[in-house]
Ligand binder design. Structure first.
Ligand code: 6XL
Length: 654
């Protein structure tokens, strides 16, 4: 890069800190000497009286846009303009915001910068953002796009200084290879050149640098605040859900591991949905219902990716108002050079490069990619409220309406330090509290997207209150019955519900944690049809013979395998039997298994006669076969949840 060439313009102005992960405050602005030459824009420290050391420089060849920001206003500043430029290493774009002292100075800088840059034959991007991208809000305030590299939302105004005109000024020079063909109106080539592949900083790779995907406000001493977009170095990741991290100011503390994503991983992109199935991608994209809304997810083939896009473009010519959108799925393939492509003609070294290209070009797919889903981007649950906090104070808890009640007590909607929760007020003498409390701390550390999170327990006052994640739509059993007519012919959706429960159970199985009462009534439904398993392990602490004895009236006989009915032998394999019955509940949309039969008859039917539940009408043979595998008399022959997950996921992919 050259800083040679004669000085074109020099002024003392304010520079806003780079968008590298800080929250913007008044201190984010620094006084700098800005010096424009024919080759570069350099900013220096020092004072108005004396120019100091160079602090940074932008090669004019890397500049992509120069524009005022919306109304010239940014934070509490006026006369602001922006210079978007590619970084030297080509990792992406940065925008430099400069505050001029007067409107004329602002206009002079914008016009002169544009002219000088265009004189070099540099192509600007066709669009820019009038607003700014804010890290802590994670979006552009002009268009609500949430990817910092999202294309501009506003076409660059035609100022009569278009590229076509520039060519004359350099007619004595050989033609530049990269000058766009213009259409005579000062328009620009619609396709920006693909970005060069990311080059990673080796040091960051070794150092475990992560980026916060959500804000996190610490609730406990020893925890560290997270600011979306900021970088953290992970010092200790030996625990599953709480990692020791250091922020850029050198402060250390515990953070929820699921709130940060590894720098340079696909996961830092808002459009990447790890572990989302085809069916769930459709649910999420359809609930958003925006043309071009898209996500990249893992394919059913391991190590491969699929692009899913919502579009209302169908081949039939239906009026747009009556069109129902569809979700299209495209396998992201790899060519012989190991490059990713959707259409063979356009192959890229990285998936982000491919996405960037298809945001600007349909390139053979149904519609241009716009933005990933914006809804349901709420921060995920944490394993407890702090790295070791599980005993909660009654005074920190506000209680609202009742969600339901049973023999164990009443469950309220509530708030804990402003966070929405469910609070289970336990009826006295229905549960052996001491034994439960001993286990509660371990249970807060069980954390999975398909398990209702236990946050903590109010222990120091009566009644005992169990505080968990809140699930909007209540019990799965009620949900299945209520939506029976919509769900019965949607095999993919029913399989997806099975997969979600299976995922949660696979996690419990991997921790050797037994549920003991898995059934549709003990699963809950949340936003975008997310299903979570609830009340795992609680059965052990119930003090009620009618519930704990296999001959009791409240014992879940219809979900129990022979070895539990005969000698109370609970295991993950007895959970697998119950899962088979739960699949049957799902495929009948909430019918009672062994409908009219009394518990004693069920024991005879299953254990003595060795008979099983019939195939639900809505169930294909292959899903019924899975249920039958769960109901093998010999528990060792039943599949594990790990195997079940593989079988179910393959079904869905087909
Ligand atoms: C020991 C319990 C047990 C079962 C319990 C249950 C079942 C409960 C395993 C037998 C066994 N249900 N249940 O508390 C032990 F303590 C229960 C729940 C909720 C409400 C009432 N009873 C409930 C409802 C929610 C919710 O988000 N949570 C719990 C977390 N949500 C909604 C939303 C809208 N309408 C209704 N409920 C389940 O824990």
């Amino acid at each position: 890069m050259s800083r040679d060439g004669k000085e074109v313009l020099a002024d003392f102005m304010l520079k806003r800190a780079m968008n590298k992960g800080t929250v913007f405050t008044a201190q984010s602005y620094k006084e700098r000497w800005f010096v424009l030459t024919e080759e570069s824009l350099t900013y220096y420290g020092g004072t108005l009286a004396k120019r100091g050391k160079a602090k940074g420089t932008i090669c004019l060849n890397n500049v992509k846009t120069v524009e005022t920001v919306e109304d010239g206003k940014l934070d509490d500043k006026i006369n602001v303009f922006q210079i978007m430029h590619r970084t030297e290493k080509g990792e992406g774009y940065y925008t430099l915001y400069v505050v001029a002292q007067r409107p004329e100075q602002q206009k002079n800088w914008v016009d002169t910068l544009k002219q000088t840059i265009r004189d070099k034959g540099v192509t600007f991007l066709p669009k820019y953002h009038t607003g700014v991208w804010t890290k802590n809000l994670g979006h552009y305030n002009c268009c609500d796009q949430i990817d910092r590299n999202a294309p501009g939302c506003q076409v660059i105004p035609d100022d009569g200084l278009g590229a076509a005109q520039n060519n004359s000024t350099r007619s004595n020079l050989p033609p530049l290879p990269d000058i766009p063909k213009t259409n005579g109106t000062g328009g620009h080539r619609p396709v920006p050149a693909p970005r060069p592949p990311k080059r990673e900083k080796e040091k960051d790779r070794e150092k475990k640098i992560y980026i916060a995907a959500y804000d996190y406000k610490p609730c406990e001493d020893g925890d560290l605040e997270l600011v979306t977009g900021s970088e953290y170095e992970i010092l200790d990741d030996s625990r599953d859900h709480w990692w020791l991290a250091k922020n850029q100011n050198g402060e250390k503390g515990f953070i929820p591991a699921n709130y940060v994503k590894k720098k340079f991983d696909l996961e830092i992109y808002e459009w990447y949905y790890k572990g989302v199935t085809r069916e769930r991608s459709e649910q999420i994209l359809k609930s958003e219902a925006r043309e071009g809304c898209f996500m990249v997810r893992d394919s059913s083939t391991a190590g491969m990716y699929t692009l899913s896009i919502y579009t209302t473009e169908t081949r039939q010519s239906v009026p747009s108002s009556s069109r129902e959108g569809v979700v299209r799925h495209y396998h992201i393939k790899k060519n012989e050079q190991d490059r990713f492509y959707l259409a063979e003609k356009h192959a890229f070294v990285t998936i982000p490069d491919l996405i960037y290209y298809h945001k600007h070009n349909a390139g053979g797919i149904a519609t241009r990619l716009k933005a990933p889903p914006a809804k349901n981007k709420n921060a995920p649950v944490t394993a407890g409220f702090g790295h070791s906090k599980w005993e909660l104070d009654r005074n920190d808890l506000e209680l609202f309406e009742v969600l339901g009640s049973g023999c164990f007590g009443t469950v309220h909607k509530g708030k804990w330090h402003g966070r929405v929760v469910a609070a289970k007020m336990m009826k006295e003498r229905t549960m052996s509290e001491d034994a439960f409390l001993e286990e509660a701390k371990t249970m807060t550390q069980l954390s999975h997207p398909n398990l209702v999170q236990l946050y903590g327990v109010v222990t120091k006052s009566k009644p005992l209150i169990i505080v968990t994640e809140l699930m909007q739509y209540g019990a799965l059993l009620t949900y299945l019955k209520r939506h029976k007519h919509r769900l019965l012919n949607k095999i993919d959706t029913l399989v997806d519900i099975c997969i979600q429960v299976c995922n949660g159970m696979e996690y419990l199985e991997s921790r050797s944690f037994i549920h003991r009462d898995l059934a549709a009534r003990n699963c809950l439904v949340g936003d975008s049809q997310i299903i979570k398993v609830a009340d795992f392990g609680l059965a052990r602490y119930v003090i009620d013979d009618e519930y704990t004895s296999s001959t009791g009236t409240k014992f879940p006989v219809k979900w129990a395998p022979p070895e539990v009915l005969s000698f109370t032998r609970f295991s993950s394999k007895s959970d697998v039997w119950a899962f088979g019955v739960l699949m049957w509940e799902i495929f009948t949309c909430g019918q009672m298994p062994y409908d009219q039969m009394r518990n004693a008859d069920v024991v005879d039917f299953v254990c003595t006669a060795n008979k099983r539940l019939p195939k639900p009408e809505a169930s294909p043979q292959r899903t019924y076969q899975i249920m039958m595998d769960c109901w093998k008399k010999d528990w060792e022959e039943r599949p594990t949840f790990k195997t079940l997950k593989q079988i179910l996921t393959k079904l869905e992919g087909s």
